[in-house]
Write a protein that binds this ligand. Sequence first.
Ligand SMILES: NC(=O)c1ccc[n+]([C@@H]2O[C@H](COP(=O)([O-])OP(=O)(O)OC[C@H]3O[C@@H](n4cnc5c(N)ncnc54)[C@H](O)[C@@H]3O)[C@@H](O)[C@H]2O)c1
Length: 440
Amino acid sequence: MSNSPASSKIAPASGKLGILTPGLGAVATTFIAGVESIRRGLAKPIGSITQTATIRLGKRTENRAPLIKDFIPLADLKDIVFGAWDPIPDDALTAVRKAGVLEEKDVAPIADFLASIKPMPAAFDNHYVTRIHGTNVKTGKTKRDLAEQLRQDIRDFKSKNKLDRVVMVWCASTEIFIKAGPQHATIEQFERAMDNNDEAIAPSMLYAYAAIMENVPFANGAPNLSADIPALLQLAQQRGVPLSGKDFKTGQTWLKTVIAPGLKARMLGLAGWYSTNILGNRDGEVLDDPQSFKTKEESKLSVLHTILQPEKYPDLYKDFSHVVRINYYPPRGDNKEGWDNIDIFGWMNYPMQIKVNFLCRDSILAAPLVLDVALFSDFAQRAGMKGIQEWLSFFYKSPMTAPGLQPEHDLFIQQTKMKNTLRHLMGEDQITHLGLEYYS
Ligand SMILES: NC(=O)c1ccc[n+]([C@@H]2O[C@H](COP(=O)([O-])OP(=O)(O)OC[C@H]3O[C@@H](n4cnc5c(N)ncnc54)[C@H](O)[C@@H]3O)[C@@H](O)[C@H]2O)c1
């Protein structure tokens, strides 16, 4: 680790870190089971940037490329304690078996540990997620009461487990589509709307509010607005809490943000991009509701326009069609299959096609992202960062940005931004890839 003046301002990762997830479904249980298996030496942290990626420092001739986890002060996996809320009362062992992502050979050795994680009663309302019917649900006269109960849960979790710090990562179902309105404009209006049980206040916003009030960084793995409203952005700024989101960039959208920058780098045109999926897990069932799908669709559709910039390159990207479909198909469980048909054109307008058939595993791709955003959010707070963490855009389909700015979707620009932020915070030079070393 560097001892520069910049890095010396970052508080060390001493003591225990609590990771709280609203939602104890497929993604959350695959994440928890994976971390515990890694801690016991039964698995390796494949897919996790914080655990396996290196970062180049200085000139190429210096040959310095430590692991990120050896370069910045990150919480150690052995210091993590898990907690969750879910309207379904299943403990993590029952939930991991129902999710059907992991095989019994991987579940059995950690069964006791998983059985010890029981979800707290959720702030849940069927109006926002219509396909889930749970019994483990909080009651309260107002939405403000529910938020206060969540705050108490966080305080109890912290004291019971003797934690130093806590972060929260939303791993719960995608809520129905909500547009930011006057109820979300200021903290006062938001608090009044909670008191009035206003429909514009979704449960995920109550969790985000509770997290920020308890100085707990909040990361949003789903596309619902949650913390992405002016009132909560202001509150996070005031209280010095890092925020990031939205919607983990895992399967089809991850590949889209790899392929589209490649087409643009070569100045090849795009006539259309058709994406369809079949998926049979509980997430697929929730997304079968048109209102929840609309939230997801908005998140998936936004990436191509920002990467391809049709306004700058009308000959290449004006009016391309972009269609995204998700079909709930129970036999597939978590093993989603995605098809992409990409109609491109080249020299003298000659058309070509690219076909992608991605047989992925949704939660296997998402689990390491939960770990990375949790550890980086905790690091950000210890480094004094607050509000939207744009350098974490790398992990999200719809990255949160300061009002009025376009999000960055290109995976490789996002990766450069993430690594340069780490270099900057640790007092190292930015990597410019200028290639002038040999002339100086
Ligand atoms: N797996 C991926 O690749 C991926 C990628 C991006 C985003 N996501 C999102 O991550 C989320 C989780 O996905 P999953 O596959 O684990 O789904 P899942 O259905 O298995 O789990 C979600 C859990 O959240 C619970 N829940 C719903 N509302 C809640 C509330 N208000 N408070 C607490 N818990 C609540 C549900 O009961 C359920 O157990 C979804 O929103 C999904 O869209 C997943």
